[in-house]
Design a binder for this molecule. Structure first.
Ligand code: GLU
Length: 483
């Protein structure tokens, strides 16, 4: 076989699902691991009732974000509509398809209870001509079997008797997915059809159509090899739900997952690299990936694991890279891409890039996604901190030591000669000693007053970067609330 030609063929019916991203990735691996391999995007947009133009851009953008570069496309299935019609007519003339005018009700009325599902073949030999209500059906062989040699699942045998005479073109003349997909795969010279398991049942139908086209056209095109990838499931072992589970690739990008981490994680869904290491570079993934090693069992899409892996990737960035990576979340006005569903709570005027570059190292090790940075550094940019009232109550209002520590910190901080982290640390620890509190407990009311929360970046460096004027102002405001 020559160089592989693979494709993903998503229908633009909604956001770009992580399952489609995994399918795209496995296709891309196959294209990239052989010299001359070709990765194609084909938008399957023939079902005008379900497809929407605005869902095409997210597909293209998500692939670009994940670094799954295309060699051809995006092609539009609808651009090939004439070829689909031509194929349907040729197959009809060759006897592979027949016209059928049965309504759903008529079929239901004919069927005995317990009869097999699907069409009963009523019009198979009626020799109908095309009419306003006639669909075209495939004349599925009544006997024999169709063998799908699947690179993942091995040999899957389908009894032709259980494949009904499926509809290939609607009464409007519109050619449906099963045939359009085959005509396009032949046209695009696809060598491997790698797609989700939900399409396994389509494979025998498409193989039958493929063979029929070989015969009717006289143009023999070798069947592609098939690989049906295992389903992605949630922690309840249910198929990922578009409504209940976070499944859009875009939502992960918006939250600040790195493309490299997502690619690495998706690669582990149904396959694993050699060795125990889960963090594997793209180059190694491409080199090691084998379709034949993909597992049959459903793969658990574990958001926690992805988040953990993302944290590891983030920690590997050097400080400048981390600052640059944070930009879409902290200063979206300066970036070409920005998360669609969130903006920072501060304005462009309040944000200072040089201050952010100083404070970013304080949070770098503490975040697992880039969007988490915002809440950790907001107090540097907002005029006043967003106070978490429950925490404030606990460590300032309800604890008699709270106001004591605040008053003492205020007094000493105002008089400090050097305003730097180590000095602030020493002073706070001195206050703790005096009032009989550990450093941790002495820090709590100060942290809450100045940052608004009890958790966050290291306090004393934060105070240093925030500056004396603003620190003192916030201590005073907090103290005023205790009076
Ligand atoms: N349009 C189909 C889908 O979105 C593609 C199936 C295939 O890859 O053959 O699932």
């Amino acid at each position: 076989m020559g160089a592989p030609r693979v494709r993903i063929a998503p229908s633009p019916t909604g956001f770009f699902h992580v399952g489609t991203a995994r399918t795209a990735l496995f296709n891309w691996f196959v294209a990239r691991q052989a010299p001359g391999g070709v990765f194609i995007l084909r938008i399957e947009d023939t079902d005008a009732t379900r497809n929407r133009e605005e869902w095409v851009a997210p597909i293209v953008d998500s692939l670009a974000w994940l670094g799954l570069d295309l060699d051809e496309g995006p092609y539009r299935q609808s651009d090939n509509a004439l070829a689909h019609d031509g194929a349907a007519q040729l197959l009809r003339r060759s006897g592979y398809l027949y016209y059928c005018d049965c309504t759903g009700e008529a079929l239901a009325a004919r069927k005995a209870p317990g009869a097999p599902p699907g069409y009963d073949g009523f019009c198979r030999d009626r020799g109908l001509d095309r009419g306003p209500t006639t669909a075209l059906r495939f004349r599925t062989p009544l006997t024999g079997t169709t063998l799908v040699s699947d690179e993942v699942r091995g040999e899957v045998v389908f009894d032709n008797a259980v494949i009904d005479d499926f509809v290939v073109a609607k009464s409007t003349g519109a050619v449906l997915y099963a045939l359009a997909n085959v005509v396009d795969d032949r046209h695009d010279k696809i060598t491997h059809v790698i797609r989700g398991e939900e399409h396994l049942a389509n494979a025998p139908k498409q193989m039958l159509l493929w063979a029929a086209l070989n015969d009717a056209t006289g143009d023999y095109v070798a069947l592609p090899s098939y690989a049906h990838l295992p389903l992605l499931v949630n922690e309840r072992r249910q198929k990922l739900s578009k409504r209940k589970d976070p499944v859009s690739t875009e939502s992960y990008r918006n939250e600040g997952y790195l493309a490299e981490a997502v690619v690495n994680y998706l690669a582990l869904l149904g396959w694993s690299p050699r060795g125990d290491e889960e963090k594997v570079t793209r180059e190694v993934l491409v080199e090691q990936f084998r379709l034949g090693d993909v597992s049959h069992s459903p793969a658990f899409f574990d958001v926690k694991k992805l988040t953990h892996l993302n944290g590891e990737y983030l920690r590997e960035l050097d400080p400048e890279e981390f600052v640059a990576a944070c930009a879409p979340w902290v200063c979206p006005w300066s970036t070409s891409w920005r998360p669609s569903d969130r903006t920072p709570p501060w304005s462009e005027e309040q944000f200072h890039a040089s201050l952010f570059a100083r404070v970013a190292p304080l949070v770098h090790e503490r975040v697992a996604t880039l969007s988490q940075v915002v809440a950790m550094v907001d107090f540097f940019f907002l005029d006043e901190p967003v106070i978490d009232e429950a925490s404030f109550h606990k460590v300032v209002l309800a604890d008699p030591q709270g106001p004591v520590v605040l008053a003492e910190a205020l007094r000493r901080f105002e008089l400090l000669g050097d305003w730097d982290g180590p000095t602030l640390h020493a002073v706070t620890s001195g206050i703790g000693d005096e009032v009989g509190l550990s450093l941790r407990r002495a820090q709590a009311p100060i942290r809450c007053a100045v940052t608004g929360r009890l958790v966050g970046p290291p306090l004393f460096e934060s105070l240093e970067y925030l500056g004396r004027r603003r620190t003192v102002q916030r201590l005073r405001a907090a103290l005023a609330r205790t009076l």
